[in-house]
Design a protein around this ligand. Structure first.
Ligand code: SRM
Ligand code: SF4
Length: 517
């Protein structure tokens, strides 16, 4: 099968490599590539096309690949988690896994020769990593407490799955959507707190009623990149749940066939909307779908502060609870994954949820089992009641595995929070997001305090530093934060953050802390 060819001439390296051979083609070549090994295979296949299968060559750890899953709505069964845990366990110290800022998991240490076997194991438990990288639609996010929350307006799980099935042809791979101009993000919110960060997605569905009928207002064009960050803007459309898949198809087809493919920096959906204007974009989508869109509802239902779901909460099913565990910067090791699978089975219904804050939720714990659950040792490591800074800490991969990184992130983020917590009492959670470079995978623009890796100067030397972002607001009236201070050497960061936390977030110095030492 061949790809749907872009209308515009291939003008950059990525368009050329896709025109030469659609990335998804490597699906049928995977046995051969695995036999060849990472050193002998074609470099373009290795460095780029394998990403269509979710297999990422890591220049920082050559030969040890990263495998990015697709976990629609962040839902994973304990059986699936166990399979993933066993996969990374085989790689000893090289193997681990990260919960991502798109409610997803990435596995590390993976050897290419094992991939065919890993994919066979995925099939047996209904997992897929297909089309999770490069110019494809990323993991589709939905409310992490869908189906559990008594206050939810819509259970997003089925819809998210349907959109994923459209894009990936039920996990088999879909050449219709394997050559987009660039990456693409979709989110569906079903609760009142915008727990998916709707505003930073290329398409976001947010709950909104029209004459008491439930539907979604649609936002489009949100994205972050090294050169521009834009919040999503209204398409001026309201759709009912049964229209969501069709609208995603319509928008993706318009974007695929008309999106700008010249410069990679200008290939995201918002640039096409800029070029055409929203009216033309909307009417092209309508033409593609063959019917007119209803104008948006007057107001949406995002009315709450964003929740982080950490702690114990009653479910809508009487007698059951969901419990949110704080996983420091989303890092899981094999034993953690196997343990999470076990506790989800013993106390819950064998299901685990992931959040965009890189945390875990175990649902369906009955009242009678709750006390026993709360004595499980893994809760000492993944707290249900973390302190104010640990609770809101998010970090992208950073220099440990990512070759774009300008700084180390995850270890630095946890160490710094530990040091600050030794000095300060922070009652109210403060959301601190670290990201290793301007690509903004760690979303510093949505944080109370965002830290973006950069190079800085100290005593005449180039050192690791950060640009400081403030003012990101989430939930109702979400707003992107802005850069307020540039190039702070990482070694100078602690006193600056301490001052901000005391002056702007009500943190108090602990008794006996001597700041002069
Ligand atoms: Fe990202 C590229 C990691 C969420 C914007 N991102 C990368 C790569 C693939 C670069 C690479 O090949 O090394 C990183 C892989 C590093 C590694 O080994 O882990 C990477 N991005 C991540 C993750 C794992 C960060 C995390 O620790 O959670 C997130 C995976 C999500 C997932 O499950 O699919 C991740 N990336 C994001 C987000 C946040 C979001 O989606 O809410 C963004 C900003 C939102 C957006 O895309 O509009 C984001 N990543 C980027 C960009 C800039 C895109 C652009 O238009 O320029 C790049 C660079 C690129 O695509 O060329 C990038
Ligand atoms: Fe890598 Fe930069 Fe993304 Fe962090 S923000 S994962 S350093 S590309």
């Amino acid at each position: 099968m061949t790809s749907t060819l872009p209308q515009k001439v291939a003008t950059n390296k990525f368009e050329k490599l896709k025109a030469e051979k659609d990335g998804l083609t490597v699906k049928d070549e995977i046995e051969t590539l695995a036999r060849l090994g990472w050193e002998a295979m074609d470099e373009t296949d290795r460095d780029y096309r394998l990403k269509w299968l979710g297999v990422f060559f890591r220049p920082v750890t050559p030969g040890k690949f990263m495998l990015r899953m697709r976990l629609p709505n962040g839902v994973i069964t304990s059986e699936q988690m166990r399979v993933l845990g066993e996969i990374v366990q085989r790689y000893g110290d090289d193997g681990n896994s990260d919960i991502t800022t798109r409610q997803n998991l990435q596995l590390r240490g993976i050897r290419i020769e094992d991939i065919p076997d890993i994919f066979r194991r995925f099939e047996t438990v209904g997992l897929t990593s297909i089309q999770s990288g490069m110019d494809n639609v990323r993991n589709i996010t939905g409310s992490p407490v869908a189906g559990l929350d008594a206050d939810e307006l819509y259970d997003t799980r089925e819809l998210v799955q349907q959109v994923q099935d459209l894009i990936t042809n039920h996990g088999k791979g879909n050449f219709e959507f394997s050559n987009l101009p660039r990456k693409f993000n979709i989110a569906i919110a079903g609760c009142r707190d915008n727990s998916v960060h709707a505003e930073i997605n290329d398409i976001a569905f947010v709950p909104a009623f029209k004459q008491n009928i439930f539907g979604f207002n649609v936002l489009v064009g949100g994205f972050f990149s090294a050169t521009r960050c834009a919040a999503a803007i209204p398409l001026n459309a309201w759709v009912q749940p049964h229209q969501v898949v069709g609208l995603c198809r319509g928008i993706l087809e318009v974007y695929r066939d008309n999106g700008l493919r010249g410069s990679r920096q200008k290939a995201r959906l918002m640039w096409l909307i800029d070029e055409w204007g929203m009216n033309k974009f909307r009417s092209e989508v309508e033409k593609q779908m063959g019917y007119f869109l209803e104008p948006e509802a007057e107001k949406d239902e995002i009315l709450w502060e964003k929740r982080d779901h950490i702690g114990v909460y009653k479910q809508k099913q009487p007698g059951f609870n969901y419990v949110g565990l704080n996983v420091p910067v989303g890092r899981l090791y094999a034993n953690d994954m196997l343990e999470l699978a076990r506790i989800a089975e013993v106390y819950g219904a064998g299901e685990i949820r992931l959040t965009v804050e890189q945390n875990v939720i175990i649902p369906h714990i009955s009242d009678s089992r709750l006390d026993a659950f709360l004595t499980e040792p893994i809760l000492d490591q993944f707290s249900i009641n973390p302190s104010g800074l640990s609770r809101g800490l998010v970090s992208c991969t950073g220099a440990q595995f990512c070759n774009f990184a300008l700084v180390e992130t995850k270890n630095r983020a946890t160490a710094l929070v530990k040091e600050l917590e030794a000095e300060l009492t922070v009652e109210k959670p403060v959301r601190i997001h670290w990201t290793g470079c301007p690509n903004s995978c760690g979303q510093p623009q949505v944080a109370d305090i965002g830290l973006m890796g950069t190079k800085a100067r100290k005593e005449g030397k180039v050192v690791e530093g950060v640009n400081l972002y403030m003012g990101g607001t989430v939930g109702k009236d979400a707003k992107l934060g802005e850069c307020v201070q540039k190039s702070i050497p990482c070694d100078d960061l602690k006193p600056i953050l301490r001052q901000i936390l005391v002056e702007q977030f009500g943190a108090k110095l602990k008794d006996g802390v001597d700041l002069t030492s």
